[in-house]
Design a protein around this ligand. Structure first.
Ligand code: HEM
Length: 458
């Protein structure tokens, strides 16, 4: 370990009471890129609290891989607020309880399940697009959210009686996320009697009651549905977890699986609608690989250009744009001492747009992901799903889901920007294109797909 007493440089422009919080609130992405340019580890202040921003890929990797659970753990700026929402779920629990919890939930996302899941992804995409009409203007985020919620309902919450809980979570989570965004930006605002907090309390009560009812029903359900709920309430050990523990996991997976996915898909549609050449290449690939057949898991490996488009979308607009950690023991990063308890921030967005790693970082160039052009520094800096033991448990599931959705959509539909749509990144727990409107045209240059139909009984 390098030992040194050199403190990390401070970012200029801190104001007396708020530090850099105002700057961060006004232009978060711009600020994170500015801080990256100042050095691999830079000190900022959020209010009176000093925070270190880590922007060097190799240091972020050390934090997430070798140092995870030893020198660094979940925690740091904004973490407490997020934990208020998702409690001690898989994404927020500390390293100790994390290992057994992850082992228990991992099988739900095992690779052997993906062919089956892919059929569900396809059904859900067919269902969402079957309501579309040529010439219709849509907000892609809303449409893709509909898709992502349907997917969770058909893969993770499979018992017919789970539906009520899924609907309650779907209705209430946006209210809770919006309140969370305010609490993160305005410290202490969670204790004020505002209409937003009142709505938040009601949403949280309603969700809790619906999930509790689902857990009770599952406790007396002898069937193993091979889904998330059967992992959380195993038929042979229905009291393996407390009701609170199950609640935390349901909210964690719901947010983890829907907010990120709708963000990724809507940014990808946005990018394609503005890059004609890349869009045409993708349409050609889809027509050649799929023809008129319903897409299957085996096709995903052949849709190589689509995969590159998704990677490039994740690079330019990582849905999870800011993450934090806490220092467990006195240590150092990049030669700068860090005391136990120090808060750390790192931004996949800033890493993905580092001009020292990615040439012309603002350019949409899916071909930078051609296998033999990818160097070690690219892999290190590209962290849309995080890295190490806390890497996204739904990464392969999510990639298959995104590929399937985009293949179903773009084989039959062409998207173009609507004149009124001016997309701006809306930065919450995830980053999404706010204000984007796309016009849908049914593709007439190919025969309509026979599709997969929807599940019987739906
Ligand atoms: C585009 C899709 C997705 C993106 C970009 C994404 C991103 C991420 C990132 C960056 C992390 C790591 C956070 C950290 O290091 O602090 C993470 C963790 C997690 N994600 Fe995802 N995710 C996606 C899809 C999903 C899906 C589909 C699910 C589940 C249905 C999911 C569930 C989770 C969970 C439970 C964790 C916590 C894992 C752990 O700590 O063991 N994510 N995700």
């Amino acid at each position: 370990m390098t030992t040194t007493t050199d403190t990390a440089p401070s970012a200029p422009g801190a104001l007396p009471l708020i530090g850099h919080a105002g700057r961060l609130a006004r232009d978060r992405l711009g600020f994170l890129e500015e801080v990256r340019a100042l050095g691999p580890v830079v000190r900022i202040r959020l209010g009176r609290t000093p925070v270190h921003v880590v922007s060097a890929p190799e240091l972020v990797q050390r934090m997430l891989v070798a140092g995870n659970g030893v020198e660094f753990d979940k925690g740091g700026p904004f973490f407490d607020q997020a934990a208020q929402l998702v409690g001690d779920g898989l994404s927020t629990c500390l390293a100790g309880p994390h290992r057994p919890m992850r082992a228990a939930l991992r099988p739900v996302f095992a690779r052997y399940q993906l062919p089956h899941h892919t059929e569900r992804f396809r059904d859900c995409a067919v269902e969402v697009t079957s309501a579309w009409r040529s010439g219709q203007v849509v907000e892609p985020y809303t449409e893709m959210k509909r898709f992502a919620v349907a997917v969770l309902a058909r893969t993770l919450f499979l018992a017919p009686e789970d539906r009520q809980a899924v609907e309650a979570v779907q209705r209430n989570v946006p209210v809770m996320l919006s309140a969370l965004a305010t609490h993160m930006m305005v410290p202490g605002s969670n204790r004020l009697p505002t209409p937003e907090n009142w709505r938040n309390a009601r949403a949280s009560r309603e969700t809790r009651a619906a999930v509790a009812a689902m857990v009770r029903r599952r406790m007396s359900d002898p069937v193993d549905h091979h889904d998330l709920m059967s992992a959380l309430v195993p038929p042979d050990r229905p009291d393996a977890y407390t009701e609170q523990e199950v609640f935390d996991q349901v909210i964690t997976f719901f947010i983890g699986g829907t907010e990120t996915m709708s963000s990724l898909l809507s940014w990808t549609l946005h990018l394609l609608s503005r890059h004609r050449e890349e869009y045409e290449r993708l349409e050609t690939e889809l027509d050649e690989v799929l023809g008129d057949r319903p897409i299957t898991y085996q096709d995903l490996g052949r849709l190589t250009y689509l995969r590159r488009v998704i990677n490039e979308s994740l690079r330019l607009h990582p849905p999870v744009w800011l993450l934090s950690r806490v220092v467990l023991v006195d240590t150092e990063l990049g030669g700068h001492p860090l005391p136990a308890g120090a808060g750390l921030l790192f931004s996949p967005y800033a890493l993905h747009r580092d001009p020292d790693v990615f040439a012309e970082p603002g350019r949409f160039d899916p071909d930078r992901w051609i296998e033999d052009r990818i160097e070690r520094r690219h892999r290190e800096a590209f962290i849309p799903f995080g890295a190490g033991a806390r890497r996204c448990v739904g990464d392969a599931f999510g990639l298959a889901e995104a590929q399937t959705a985009l293949a179903v959509i773009l084989r039959d539909w062409r998207v173009r920007p609507s004149p009124g749509g001016i997309p701006e990144p809306l930065l919450r727990m995830t980053m999404r294109p706010q204000g984007e409107r796309l016009v849908l045209d049914r593709r007439t240059d190919r025969a309509p797909s026979t599709g997969a139909g929807v599940l019987p009984g739906e």
